[in-house]
Write a protein that binds this ligand. Structure first.
Ligand code: ACM
Ligand code: ZN
Length: 773
C-alpha cells in the first residue's frame, strides 16, 4: 500500500528535499544510495521521442544508449544518442578528467541535462541516478500515461568505498542465470560494483570446467530431501538419485560477466579451497586424503563428519588439478580479483593423512594450521603469477598470510580481518553479525525459517565499518563492504530476493554514503520511493520492517508489554478484546500493563492503512506468571512472561543455557500455594541439535533453603534425538503439595549420537515457559 501523496508532500517539505515544478506539483529527489549533495532547483525536464543525448565518444554512447533503451518498452519511444560534436543535445555528457573515479556531477534544468564525469562508471552512475528520478514505471511494461519527468536538481556525487559488494551463494541454491542477471540489474541501480559469486561448496559445483567434466556431471547434482530444512538433511547414500542442482555453462558465465561489466560490476568468482569441497571431491575423490574411508557425495545439508572431507594438502596432484581449474576460471572471469575461500577447513583428516603429515615434515611446518597456510600460499601464488589479486576469508589470518592477499572479514563483527590489516593487508568487511543476509530480518515469528538471530534492515543501515579503536592505517586498507547472501534456506529465486531486499538497499548506502551522514528516517523515505521500482521489475522483497517485536516482562505481579517497530513513521494500534486491530483501534503510546489473561493483537498503520502483519500475543496467567525467577540468567524472565515461543528457537521467547552444565533456577511464587501440575515448554530443532533435556526435576520449599524433590522425569536418547521441529510440553505431577519456592533442575542431553546429523556436538536446551497450576 502506498501512502497518499499529501502526506508524502508534507513530510518531504519538512526535509527540504523538494522542488516546485512548473505546475507547482512538488517532485521528490529520492535516490538510493543518497547522493553526496542534492540541491533542488525549479521545474522539471521531460523526456520525449525528441530527446537527444550528445556524448563524447563510443564508450559514453554505450552508457547513454543503455539508458535510452530503458524507455523503449514502458514509454514507447527511445531517446536518440549522437557522438556528433556539432549536435546540441538535450543531455550532454562532458568528460572532466579532474574528477575522481566513479564520481559524477548531474545538473538537470527544464531545458537540458549536463553530466560530467571522468570515466565510464561516473557517466553510468549519473544515469542510474537519473533513472531513479524517473517514475518507477520505467522499470515495467508499457505505461502510456506516465509523465517521463525528472525534477530540476544539481547533484554532486562520489562513492565512499571502491569495493561495494554483494556475495551470492549459488552453491547451496543454484540461482538460474536469468535471475542472476536480474540481480545484477538491481545491483547496478544501487551502484554496487562487485558480485562475489560463491560457485563451489559441499552442496554443489556450479561452473563448467571443460577439462574436468565430472565437476558438473557429478558435482552439480545432489539428492533431494523434500521438506527437510538444510541443517537436518541426511547425507547421500551411494547410488541415490541426485535430481537437484544445476550449473552455469561457460557461455552462461561469459554472458553474466559481460552483462555485469556493462553495468560497471566486476564478477569475482570464488573457488573455495581447501574445504567446502565435497562437491568437487564427489566427482574426483582421488583428491581427498587417502585416509578418508567414507562415501563422498554432494551434500544436501551440513554434512556432519563429511564436512571434514577436504582437499589433501600432501598430494601434489591436488595442486595440478586446482591450477588447471583456475586456468579456465581466469579465462572466463577477467576480474582483477579471484576469491580462493579458505574458510572453515577442519583438519580432521590432515592430522592422520600420511601425505599431509609428510608435507608437514618436508616443509618444516609446525601444525596442520600451518599446512593450510602452505596450501593457501601455493594456490594464491599461482593466481598472482597470472596477474590477478587474491581474496580469502579471514581464517587465512590463522597462519602466515599469502603475499598480497586481501582478507574478507566475516566472523562475528569481522575483527579477524584486522589481524591482516595489522600486517599491512587490505581487507573487505562482511561481518556475519551485521551483513549476512541469511539471518532473520525481522520479528522471527513472521519470517521463513533460516539461521541464527536477526540482522534487521536497521542493523544493516546502521552499520559503520570503521571503528573508533582502529589503528589509523586500518581505514586506508579497508577496501569496502559486502552483503553476503548465503542460500542454505532458499528453494526458489524469490526466496533469495526476499532475503536480499530491501536490506541490499541499506548496504548500498553503507557502501556509498560518506561517513557520519546516516539518517534512518531519511533512508526509509528514499526506500519507499525505491521499492515500487522492485515492484515494477517483479522483484520480491520483504516488508518485515513493518512488523512488531514484543518484549514482555514481569512487572510487580503483572506483565509489562512493550511493542516496537523499527520504522518510526508508523503507528502501532492494538486490541485486547480479540478483534483485529484497525486504524481506529487504541493507539499504542506506552507499554501496556496486563493483569490477567488476555490476547493482545497489534499491527502497524500508516495513513489509515495496515502495513505489517498482525502480531497476536495470547497472554496466559498461571501461578508462575510474572513471578521472580532466581538464577536463570538475564533472559529468565521469558519463562514466566505468559507468552509461548514460536517454532523459531532463536526468537525472543526462548531461554537457553550453556551446554554441558546443570541448569537450576527457582521460581518464587510469593506465597505458599497448593501445586498440582508443573509444565516446561521445550523445543526440538533436530538440524540445529536443539533437544529435550535428559532429565528434569522439580523440588519444592517454603523457605528457599530446604527443598524436597516433588517429581522428576528422565528421557531416553530415543525420546530425545527425534527428527523435526516441534514444541513439546514436559509435565510433572506435583501432587497437591504446598510450597512457595519451585526449584527446577535440568540436564541437557549431552553430545548428539553418531547417527545424528551433528554427531558429537553438544545438544542445546531451550525452554519458553514454566507453567504451574
Ligand atoms: C563463511 O561464512 N564460512 C565464510
Ligand atoms: Zn592428506
Amino acid at each position: 500500500m502506498r501512502r497518499p501523496i499529501l502526506l508524502l508532500t508534507l513530510t518531504l517539505g519538512c526535509m527540504g528535499a523538494l522542488t516546485a515544478c512548473g505546475d507547482r506539483t512538488p517532485m521528490p529527489v529520492h535516490v538510493v544510495p543518497e547522493p553526496a549533495t542534492v540541491v533542488p532547483e525549479t521545474g522539471f525536464f521531460e523526456f520525449s521521442e525528441r530527446t537527444t543525448f550528445a556524448v563524447g565518444d563510443d564508450e559514453q554512447a554505450a552508457v547513454a544508449e543503455a539508458f535510452a533503451a530503458l524507455f523503449t518498452v514502458p514509454a514507447g519511444f527511445t531517446p536518440r544518442v549522437t557522438t556528433d560534436p556539432a549536435a546540441a543535445g538535450d543531455i550532454r555528457f562532458e568528460t572532466d578528467t579532474t574528477r575522481t573515479a566513479e564520481s559524477y556531477a548531474l545538473h538537470v534544468t527544464p531545458t537540458g541535462i549536463t553530466v560530467r564525469a571522468a570515466d565510464r562508471s561516473g557517466f553510468f552512475y549519473a544515469m542510474q541516478t537519473l533513472r531513479q528520478l524517473l517514475p518507477a514505471a520505467l522499470e515495467g511494461s508499457r505505461a502510456a500515461d506516465a509523465a517521463w519527468r525528472v525534477p530540476a536538481v544539481r547533484i554532486e556525487d562520489a562513492p565512499r568505498f571502491a569495493y561495494r559488494g554483494m556475495h551470492l551463494d549459488v552453491a547451496r541454491f543454484f540461482m538460474p542465470r536469468e535471475h542472476v542477471l536480474r540481480l545484477i540489474e538491481c545491483m547496478a541501480q544501487l551502484k554496487l560494483n562487485k558480485l562475489h559469486l560463491h560457485l563451489t561448496d559441499d552442496n554443489g559445483w556450479r561452473l563448467e570446467i571443460k577439462r574436468y567434466p565430472r565437476l558438473t556431471e557429478v558435482g552439480a547434482w545432489r539428492v533431494d530431501r523434500p521438506g527437510v530444512p538444510f541443517p537436518a538433511r541426511r547425507n547421500p547414500a551411494p547410488g541415490e538419485p541426485t535430481p537437484v542442482g544445476g550449473f552455469y555453462t561457460q557461455d552462461d558465465i561469459r554472458e553474466i560477466v559481460a552483462y555485469a561489466a556493462e553495468r560497471q560490476i566486476e564478477v569475482i568468482p570464488e573457488i573455495d579451497v581447501p574445504a567446502h569441497s565435497n562437491a568437487a571431491l564427489a566427482a574426483y575423490p582421488e583428491y581427498a586424503c587417502p585416509v578418508v574411508n567414507r562415501y563422498i557425495g554432494v551434500l544436501p545439508g551440513l554434512g556432519g563428519r563429511n564436512a571434514d572431507i577436504i582437499f589433501c594438502a600432501g598430494n601434489e596432484q591436488v595442486f595440478g588439478f586446482l591450477q588447471n581449474i583456475l586456468d579456465e576460471v581466469l579465462e572466463l572471469f577477467p576480474s582483477r580479483y579471484i576469491h580462493l575461500g579458505g574458510d572453515e577447513a577442519w583438519k580432521t583428516h590432515w592430522k592422520t593423512c600420511p601425505l599431509c603429515q609428510a608435507r608437514i615434515r618436508r616443509e618444516k611446518l609446525a601444525s596442520v594450521e600451518e599446512l593450510q597456510g602452505y596450501f593457501m600460499r601455493r594456490v594464491c601464488d599461482y593466481v598472482r603469477s597470472k596477474g590477478r589479486e587474491v581474496i580469502g576469508w579471514d581464517e587465512l589470518t590463522n597462519s602466515r598470510l599469502p603475499e598480497g592477499v586481501i582478507i574478507q572479514g566475516w566472523q562475528g563483527y569481522g575483527q579477524a580481518a584486522l589481524k591482516a590489516a595489522a600486517q599491512g593487508h587490505r581487507f573487505i568487511l562482511t561481518p556475519a553479525r551485521v551483513l549476512y543476509l541469511i539471518r532473520y530480518q525481522g520479528p522471527q515469528r513472521f519470517e521463513p525459517v533460516t539461521y541464527f538471530g536477526n540482522n534487521t534492515l536497521q542493523d544493516v543501515y546502521g552499520y559503520e565499518p570503521v571503528q573508533e579503536d582502529w589503528a589509523p592505517e586500518y581505514e586506508s586498507l579497508l577496501m569496502g563492504v559486502q552483503a553476503s547472501m548465503w542460500t542454505e534456506f532458499c528453494d526458489t529465486p524469490e526466496d533469495v530476493e526476499y532475503l536480499l531486499f530491501p536490506r541490499l538497499a541499506a548496504l548500498a548506502e553503507v557502501a556509498w554514503q560518506p561517513r557520519g551522514t546516516k539518517d534512518w528516517p531519511g533512508f526509509l523515505q528514499r526506500l519507499d520511493t525505491f521499492l515500487p521500482r522492485l515492484d515494477a521489475m517483479g522483484v520480491t522483497y520483504a516488508r518485515s520492517m513493518f512488523n512488531i517485536q514484543q518484549r514482555i516482562e514481569p512487572d510487580g505481579g503483572a506483565l509489562r508489554v512493550e511493542l516496537a517497530c523499527i520504522r518510526p513513521d508508523v503507528e502501532i494500534r492494538y486490541t485486547t478484546d480479540g478483534s483485529e486491530p484497525a486504524a481506529d483501534s487504541p493507539l499504542y503510546a506506552e507499554p501496556l500493563r496486563i493483569e490477567g489473561p488476555v490476547t493482545v493483537k497489534c499491527a502497524t498503520f500508516r495513513d489509515g492503512c495496515r502495513e505489517g502483519e498482525v502480531l497476536e500475543l495470547p497472554l496466559d496467567f498461571n501461578k508462575a506468571t510474572a513471578c521472580p525467577v532466581l538464577g536463570a540468567g538475564a533472559n529468565g524472565y521469558v519463562l514466566v512472561n505468559g507468552l509461548r515461543g514460536s517454532d523459531k528457537y532463536t526468537d525472543s521467547e526462548w531461554c537457553t543455557w550453556e551446554p554441558g552444565k546443570e541448569v537450576s533456577f527457582t521460581i518464587d511464587l510469593g506465597a505458599c500455594d497448593t501445586l498440582h501440575r508443573f509444565t516446561a515448554g521445550c523445543i526440538t530443532n533436530y538440524g540445529m541439535a536443539v533437544h529435550l533435556p535428559s532429565q528434569i526435576s522439580v523440588a519444592l520449599s517454603d523457605d528457599n533453603r530446604t527443598f524436597t524433590e516433588a517429581a522428576s522425569r528422565r528421557f531416553t536418547p530415543a525420546e530425545i534425538f527425534r527428527e523435526g521441529t516441534f514444541i513439546e510440553d514436559l509435565t510433572l505431577d506435583l501432587g497437591g503439595r504446598t510450597a512457595r519456592y519451585v526449584q527446577v533442575r535440568l540436564r541437557d542431553a549431552g553430545p548428539c549420537p553418531e547417527n545424528h546429523v551433528r554427531p558429537g556436538q553438544s545438544a542445546k536446551l531451550y525452554l519458553d515457559e514454566i507453567i504451574i497450576e
